[in-house]
Design a protein around this ligand. Sequence first.
Ligand code: HEM
Ligand SMILES: CC(C)=CCC/C(C)=C/CC/C(C)=C/COP(=O)(O)OP(=O)(O)O
Length: 330
Amino acid sequence: MQEIINNNAQRHHENFWQVVKSYYQLTKPRIILLLLITTSSSMWVAAKGEVDPLLVLVTVTGGALAAAAANTINCLYDRDIDYIMERTRHRPLPSGRIQPRDALIFAIALAAASFTLLTTFANLLAALLAMSGIVFYVLIYTHWLKRHSTQNIVIGGAAGAIPPLVGWAAVTGDLTWAPWVMFAIIFLWTPPHFWALAMYIRNEYAEVNVPMLPVISGNETTAYQIWLYTLIMLPATFLLVFPLQASGLVYGAIALWLGGIFALKAWQLLKNPDDQDMARGLFKYSIYYLMLLCAGMVVDSLPVIHHFNTVLAENMQSLIGGIIGTILGA
Ligand code: HEM
Ligand SMILES: CC(C)=CCC/C(C)=C/CC/C(C)=C/COP(=O)(O)OP(=O)(O)O
């Protein structure tokens, strides 16, 4: 008898953790992690390296709840095609581990918690921006564009670029040029990020009639588009240094190094558009790229680095002055 009770208790325990795990999976947690990295790095730049840790905690939690709500509704909406694609078949909704009605209640609760947390402990602008991220991602990307346009992720990608706006707004209460440049960087980063992935799983998207660019226009055109977006994204990363001076030369050097590798990988793919390993390589690198670029912004904003940045800038100035002087003098 005691053994049966023990077994039942153990089974209940296992079931409970399985349910928690399914809800966790529904939120696409790994994508949220990168969204939060972009949010917090923007906070660091906004606060010039001296950010209130409690505000970071609140904003990151509020942002995570909003992104989790957005991803949950996306999973709910896409459960029909997710059921067909191998990569997504085992998600909680298509595999029947969570009921659609429960997912909807979960998403609404997450969004409400996010709004409450952000308005109470950050500010209304940050909360409204996070909510606009959910609405944009769900309505514009998931509902309107994903199944109808090859430009789905170009326009829909704007949702994924909102988190740095949330972070900046939480710190300063308004939006200046710098957060919009961060928005632009992620907006321009999204097509290379996603199309590289879509190039090596295009058969899956073709199977469910989602008009991703490689399915409709082929690998050559997609690789060319990836190359173009990369070429526009790279200069955008330097706008934070010049003319905005929101970040210094340490960040500039990191952006140059990381961007060089990005360009090299995009160029190699352009020359070998049917090479799936190269496409996979660029997709994986795109994730590290954004993480490290954000880390670069944070490191650059730290007060200890400020001094170093100033010395570097002065030396650069006299170096450039010297070069111009030599040219003019010659
Ligand atoms: C509309 C824009 C975007 C689309 C369509 C898109 C699409 C995808 C897809 C289909 C995957 C593969 C997921 C899987 O294997 O289940 C993926 C992975 C990933 N995406 Fe994006 N993405 C977009 C924007 C973003 C943004 C803005 C971020 C963060 C800043 C991001 C971060 C990631 C990360 C970290 C992964 C790897 C997840 C893992 O390892 O499981 N994505 N993306
Ligand atoms: C501020 C805020 C709340 C922003 C939220 C923005 C957000 C959740 C962006 C995520 C982008 C993303 C993972 C798209 C994948 O969609 P998909 O449906 O094409 O991928 P799938 O084929 O794997 O389902």
